[in-house]
Design a protein around this ligand. Structure first.
Ligand code: AMP
Length: 280
């Protein structure tokens, strides 16, 4: 496994690989890796000659300085995990390497960023747009792997690739969960065992609402009952609970027959903000 911290040395290495006909799969991450990340890497390894995992806690996508400061950083353990998972290349730059100057360009993803994560975290998707564009330009992957766990991020990145004509395929991978149903997340490292047990109610309530709707219940009623269930657990502070059209991310009035319905939730457990979703 090769580990790079500088952009020119990574570019030099990947140019050589490309000229030898090797295909490149990119898995962008912010580190504190878990089996969710490794599932993306496994997929990248199975579809490309070279897998590149980037590890960079991207400051431009954090709108909350405390969230950035407390974000878990576990590089040594991450490298061990990646080596064991047969990762070919790790790119772990410093903030100075990625941002010699603060970017002046901004991204505006229109309606996509006015709802849910975009509404709750102003500037977040601008930061995502900047870092993902930089990684695509530096690494020039044939395929890039993202998790469905970050549903709105997937929509934003699809638009980024379309609008800027990036020459790559996006591969979207299913959410990996703990046995309890809790979606794996780097932020779970900030939770105690007891809090993790509480956090598993997120997926339980999402599944409850999904089953209600699939069973013919009204979307509005399912939403209200689910929100009530969250309210009954005092450890949670709900940010949003939305039942949306997967294509537009706008609230749904009625179930669509084509599997493009999604329920998205964000909730605070103490200071830790967790997100999850189901698609059906
Ligand atoms: P992050 O390090 O949280 O920025 O995540 C890096 C990539 O891993 C993103 O594409 C995430 O959507 C994906 N990811 C995070 N958690 C999971 C999970 N539990 N299952 C599948 N993919 C995930």
């Amino acid at each position: 496994m090769e580990v790079f911290t500088s952009i020119p040395s990574l570019r030099f290495f990947l140019n050589q690989q490309r000229s030898n006909g090797k295909s490149i799969g990119l898995v962008p991450t912010m580190g504190a890796l878990h089996q969710g990340h490794i599932s993306l890497l496994d997929k990248a390894n199975s579809e490309n000659n070279i897998s590149v995992c980037s590890i960079f806690v991207n400051p431009t996508q954090f709108n909350n300085p405390e969230d950035l400061a407390k974000y878990p950083r576990t590089l040594e353990a991450d490298l061990d995990l990646l080596k064991a998972a047969n990762c070919s290349v790790v790119f772990a730059p410093t903030a100075e390497e990625m941002y010699p100057e603060s970017p002046v360009m901004t991204f505006n993803f229109g309606l996509l960023e006015t709802v849910m994560e975009g509404a709750s975290r102003p500037g977040h998707f601008n930061g995502v747009g900047i870092i993902v564009s930089k990684l695509f330009n530096i690494i020039q992957p044939d395929k890039a792997y993202f998790g469905q766990k970050d549903l709105q991020q997937v929509s934003v990145i699809k638009r980024l690739v379309t609008d800027l004509s990036f020459s790559l395929d996006l591969v979207i991978c299913p959410t990996v969960r703990e046995i309890s149903g809790l979606a794996m997340s780097s932020r779970n490292q900030r939770l105690s065992e007891e809090e993790k047990a509480t956090a598993s109610h997120i997926y339980r309530i999402l599944s409850f609402a999904k089953e209600k709707i699939l069973g013919g219940g009204s979307i509005e009623l399912a939403r209200r009952e689910a929100v009530d269930q969250f309210s009954a657990i005092p450890e949670f502070t709900m940010d949003y609970f939305e039942i949306v059209d997967l294509n537009t991310l706008l609230p749904l009035a009625n179930l669509k027959p084509d599997g493009t319905n999604a329920i998205c939730v964000a909730a605070f457990l103490g200071p830790v903000r967790l997100i999850d979703n189901v698609i059906f």
